[in-house]
Ligand binder design. Structure first.
Ligand code: ZN
Length: 566
C-alpha cells in the first residue's frame, strides 16, 4: 500500500517509459509506481495520503551541483550586500549594522555579496570606505565571488596585517602608492583575517544549518554537492556538522561531500571511496583549485586582461596531475576549480595525460546508458549505488572562460562540466570589461553540451543566489531578470528548458554515480519531487525566474508546502 499518492499532475519524469504520466505512488521513501491517475489511485489504501495536484507540473527534486552549504548557512546571518546598486548603498547598509551592533572593538561586523561591476563607479571598496562609517568595529565585507574581501583598518590591525606583511603564496594584499594596505585582500590573503574571526559554536552552526535546509526546500532543492571554500579544517568541520545533523534526524537533503584536496592522502590512507555513506550523506571526491577568479583578475588566462596581467595558477599543474592520478587509482574523483582559459587548457592537458584510458564513451554518459553498471552496496540502505565501468567522472568546476578548441575536448574526456549559469547574470559587464570579445566563449553551455560533456548546474551559493529557477532562467535566456540585454548575451549558447532542468537533476545524479537512484521520476528511485506553481515548460522564458515551488517532497515526506495544496 502506498504512503503517498500524487495525481492529476503533469510529471516531467525524464524517464522515456513514462512520457505522459499524471500520477505517482510513493512508499517507504521510494517511488513505487508512475502512471495515469486511475492506475495509481488503485494503489491507495486506508492509510494513504492522496494529493490532487490540480494539473500542476512536477519535476524530480532539484540538486545544486556546486554549493558551499555551511558557508551559506552562516552567511545568511551576516549583512547581505548582494544586489546593492552603489558603493554608497554598501556604506549605508554597513552604517545600519554598526548602529545595531553593541559598542566595543570585539564585535565583528561581517557582510558579503557586494559586487562593484554594475555600480555607477565600478571600483573596489577600500578600508577608507569602511572606516568612514565603521571606525570602531572590525569589519570584513566579502565580494560576491568570495575570492576578494575588503576589511577596515581595525580588522587589518587585529589580523596583524601591516605594510611589512608579505603577500601569501597564492594571494595579494593590495597596497596604495605609499605601500600601505588598502584593505583589499585577494584569495589566500583573506585567510589571515579569517583566523582572527571568533568561531561560532556547534549549537549556533546547527541552528543555522537547519534554517538553511528549510530554505533549500522552499526553493525546490532536495540535494546539494557540497564544496569547501576554505581549507582542510573547514572540510572536517563541515563533515562533522553534516554527521551531527544526520544523527539528530535532521538531514533532509542528499549531500554529496567534496572534501578539500589537502585531505586526499588521508582519505586514501583510510580506504575511503567515492559513494561511501548512505542516501543522505555520501563522500564525493577531492576539491582542488587551478586558478582564482575573474573579478580579482586571478583567473589564469591565455591572453592578458584588458587592464593588464593574465592571472596565475594556484598550484603547479604537475601537483594537480599527481593528485588526479592518485585519486583516480583510489576511487576518488576530483573536482577542479578552473575559471580562466589557460587554467582550463592546462587542466584538460593534465586529464588527457593522466587518464589515457578514460571512457571515450562519446557522450560522456555512464552506467545506465551504457549498460555496464556494477553494483556496490551501501552499508546503510543495502541498495546499490551504481558506478560506471570507470571510476566516477572527474569534474571541472565553473569552466567559465574557455577557448573553443578546449570546449570540444570536455566530452571526449568524459568530464562533467559543473557550471553556474546564474554567474553570467552578475558577470556579463565584468567579462566585457576584462576580456572584451573573448567573452563570446564565456559560459558557453551550448558548446559544452554539444561536445558531449554532461552539464551539472549549480549556483556556487553563497557566491550567487541558490534559487534554481534563477539558474534555469539564466541558462535559458542569458539575460538578467530585468530582461537585459535584449535578445540575450551570446544567445547562441542558450540551453533549452529541458536541458537546464536535466542539468539540475540527471546531471548531478550522473556526476555522483547515482543515476540508479536519483535524477528522474522512475519506479525504484528515491522519492524526491517538487511541484511548481506554474508550468516551467509553458510559461514565457522571462517568467521562469518567478516560479515558486508549491510542494517539496524529500524521501516521500512533504518537507515544504506553500499552503496552496495542503
Ligand atoms: Zn565554489
Amino acid at each position: 500500500m502506498a504512503d503517498l499518492i500524487l495525481f492529476n499532475g503533469k510529471l516531467w519524469t525524464q524517464d522515456a517509459r513514462y512520457p505522459d504520466a499524471t500520477a505517482v505512488a510513493i512508499q517507504a521513501g521510494r517511488i513505487v509506481a508512475v502512471a495515469g491517475d486511475a492506475e495509481i489511485q488503485a494503489l491507495a489504501g486506508p492509510g494513504t495520503q492522496t494529493i490532487d495536484l490540480g494539473g500542476r507540473r512536477v519535476l524530480p527534486g532539484l540538486t545544486d551541483a556546486h554549493f558551499h552549504f555551511q558557508g551559506w548557512a552562516m552567511a545568511r546571518r551576516n549583512l547581505a550586500l548582494a544586489g546593492l546598486p552603489s558603493l554608497q548603498a554598501v556604506q549605508e547598509a554597513l552604517g545600519r549594522a554598526v548602529q545595531a551592533a553593541p559598542a566595543g572593538s570585539s564585535q565583528w561586523i561581517k557582510g558579503q555579496g557586494w559586487n562593484e561591476t554594475d555600480w555607477p563607479q565600478p571600483r573596489l571598496l577600500t578600508r577608507h570606505d569602511l572606516d568612514a562609517v565603521a571606525p570602531d568595529h572590525p569589519v570584513i565585507l566579502w565580494r560576491s565571488d568570495l575570492h576578494l574581501a575588503t576589511v577596515n583598518t581595525l580588522a587589518l590591525r587585529l589580523a596583524g596585517i601591516t605594510a611589512e606583511t608579505p603577500d601569501p603564496p597564492a594571494g595579494v594584499i593590495d597596497r596604495d602608492a605609499a605601500g600601505q594596505p588598502t584593505g583589499v585582500l585577494r584569495d589566500q590573503a583573506i585567510e589571515r583575517v579569517d583566523a582572527a574571526l571568533p568561531q561560532p559554536g556547534t549549537a549556533e552552526i546547527d541552528a543555522a544549518m537547519r534554517d538553511a535546509i528549510a530554505e533549500a526546500h522552499r526553493l525546490g532543492l532536495t540535494g546539494v554537492h557540497d564544496f569547501r571554500i576554505g581549507d582542510a579544517a573547514e572540510s572536517r568541520g563541515a563533515f562533522q556538522t553534516w554527521q551531527r545533523l544526520h544523527a539528530a534526524g535532521d538531514l533532509r537533503l542528499r549531500v554529496w561531500m567534496m572534501f578539500d584536496g589537502a585531505l586526499l592522502d588521508e582519505a586514501i590512507a583510510l580506504g575511503l571511496r567515492s559513494g561511501f555513506g548512505d542516501d543522505r550523506l555520501r563522500i564525493g571526491g577531492a576539491k582542488y583549485f587551478a586558478d582564482g577568479s575573474l573579478g580579482a583578475r586571478t583567473a589564469w588566462m591565455l591572453a592578458p586582461y584588458s587592464d593588464g596581467g593574465s592571472g596565475l595558477p594556484v598550484v603547479p599543474m604537475a601537483a594537480l596531475a599527481s593528485a588526479i592520478q592518485r585519486g583516480a587509482a583510489a576511487g576518488l574523483p576530483v573536482g577542479v576549480h578552473a575559471i580562466g582559459d589557460r587554467a582550463i587548457r592546462e587542466l584538460l592537458d593534465v586529464f588527457s595525460e593522466v587518464l589515457p584510458n578514460v571512457a571515450r564513451s562519446e557522450t560522456g554518459h555512464s552506467n545506465e546508458l551504457t549498460g555496464h553498471s556494477v553494483a556496490n552496496h551501501s552499508p546503510f540502505t543495502n541498495s546499490p549505488i551504481h558506478h560506471s565501468p570507470f571510476p566516477l567522472p572527474h569534474r571541472i568546476e565553473h569552466v567559465q572562460h574557455s577557448h573553443p578548441d578546449d570546449l570540444r575536448r570536455l566530452g571526449s574526456l568524459g568530464l562533467v562540466a559543473s557550471v553556474q549559469p546564474i554567474h553570467l547574470v552578475d558577470d556579463m559587464a565584468l567579462v566585457e570589461r576584462a576580456i572584451g570579445e573573448r567573452g563570446r566563449w564565456a559560459y558557453a553551455f551550448r558548446t559544452m553540451l554539444d561536445s558531449g560533456a554532461v552539464l551539472a548546474l549549480g549556483s556556487d551559493c553563497p557566491v550567487a543566489s541558490p534559487n534554481p529557477f534563477w539558474g534555469i532562467h539564466a541558462a535559458v535566456t542569458r539575460q538578467r531578470r530585468d530582461g537585459t540585454p535584449a535578445g540575450g548575451w551570446y544567445p547562441e549558447e542558450r540551453l533549452s528548458v529541458a536541458e537546464a532542468v536535466a542539468g539540475y537533476t540527471l546531471g548531478p545524479a550522473h556526476a555522483s554515480g547515482q543515476l540508479g537512484r536519483l535524477g528522474s521520476i522512475s519506479p525504484g528511485k528515491l522519492a524526491d519531487l517538487v511541484v511548481l506553481d506554474r508550468d516551467i515548460f509553458a510559461v514565457p522564458p522571462a517568467a521562469i525566474a518567478d516560479i515558486q515551488p508549491v510542494l517539496t517532497i524529500f524521501a516521500g515526506s512533504i518537507v515544504y508546502s506553500n499552503g496552496t495544496l495542503l
